[in-house]
Write a protein that binds this ligand. Structure first.
Ligand SMILES: [Zn+2]
Length: 330
């Protein structure tokens, strides 16, 4: 895959281009960025660009034997390490290490979720990086570099992926998924500029229904139209949902979008119903901000602990309604 097939990331694109052109690509490259930001796609394009017989190139030929075997997953010089279970274990690295030193052209070892390397794996990788075989390139992918050993990070050429612009994600959805403009725009905004997340949403059959329900709850809480009894029944209903995190993230995004609308007084809201969108003007930016924090806090607790979901949701909904309706009319 050529870099031209990838959207956005102009800074990373030009840095990588010049590294490849000037022949100073490091033997260890680290891509960091939030989940869904496109790290894996960039890493895959770079791996092909390294392995292609035209290499090192940002535009692999797609037709040489190396490109073809890479794309079919059979390139003998391409190795992939990723967590087996929770960790990338030393045995996994040991099982391929000898092949790094064989002759036969350029090789790539891609390490996905590199922060999941055990201390032993990381120490062994560091040893290789201290004296790397001539034609071997490591491509590491990680959420954040702070979870990796400093000694490894300092040996890597680092590239950070940032969320894309909404119009870039929209363009991707139209091109890759053939979505109509309006729907592509909605998903692009909800994905917060993360192409992986947007593509996932485009394939999620339950998305439409979840979004409508999230809109209803966001509206009800902000207008204060639900009684405490109704809020408790919402909490009970939501606590049984398998996709509760995805659902709360949607409500959170609706409020975050409301905050942006309030602050900028421009652009279109992601809220699709006109009748419901007018409530945004009545909620203060501070209340939106508090709502976003409250939901994020609840998401973390639901994710991380065995907390009683229903009680947690009851508390969150009551607080949300109180905060969102507090400043209205002022
Ligand atoms: Zn090629």
């Amino acid at each position: 895959m050529s870099f031209n097939n990838l959207i956005g990331q102009s800074e990373l694109r030009s840095l990588l281009h010049s590294s490849l052109l000037e022949g100073n690509l490091s033997h260890a490259i680290l891509f960091t960025g939030p989940p869904g930001s496109g790290k894996a796609s960039w890493a895959a394009a770079l791996a092909q660009g390294i392995l292609c017989s035209d290499g090192l190139t940002a535009e692999p030929c797609e037709s040489c034997n190396y490109c073809r075997t890479y794309k079919s997953g059979n390139h003998p010089g391409f190795f992939r390490l990723e967590p087996e279970g929770r960790w990338i274990k030393i045995e996994q690295l040991r099982s391929i290490r000898e092949k790094f030193y064989l002759s036969g052209g350029r090789k790539v070892c891609l390490i996905d979720d590199a922060e999941k390397m055990t201390a032993e794996t990381a120490a062994s990788l560091l040893k290789i990086l201290e004296d790397p075989p001539a034609d071997l390139y490591f491509i590491l992918i990680a959420g954040e570099s702070r979870y990796l050993k400093d000694t490894i990070v300092s040996r890597c050429q680092r590239y950070t992926l940032y969320p894309l612009r909404i119009d870039e994600v929209k363009e991707l959805l139209v091109r890759e998924k053939g979505l109509p403009d309006e729907r592509a725009e909605l998903l692009a905004r909800i994905s917060a500029g993360l192409p992986g997340r947007a593509l996932q949403l485009a394939e999620d059959e339950d998305f439409e229904e979840r979004f409508r329900e999230a809109e209803t709850l966001a509206f009800n809480l902000a207008s204060g139209c639900d009684s405490v009894r109704q809020l408790l029944s919402w909490a009970n209903y939501l606590s049984e949902k398998d996709d509760i995190i995805a659902f709360l993230e949607l409500v959170c995004l609706i409020y975050r979008d409301g905050l942006i609308q309030n602050l900028c007084r421009s652009g279109e809201s992601i809220i699709t119903s006109e009748e419901q969108s007018s409530w945004i003007d009545r909620v203060s930016p501070a209340a939106f901000e508090e709502a976003v924090l409250l939901i994020n806090e609840a998401v973390c607790k639901i994710d991380d602990t065995n907390a009683n979901r229903r009680l947690l949701l009851e508390r969150m909904l009551i607080l949300l309604q109180r905060r969102l309706t507090r400043c209205q009319g002022s």
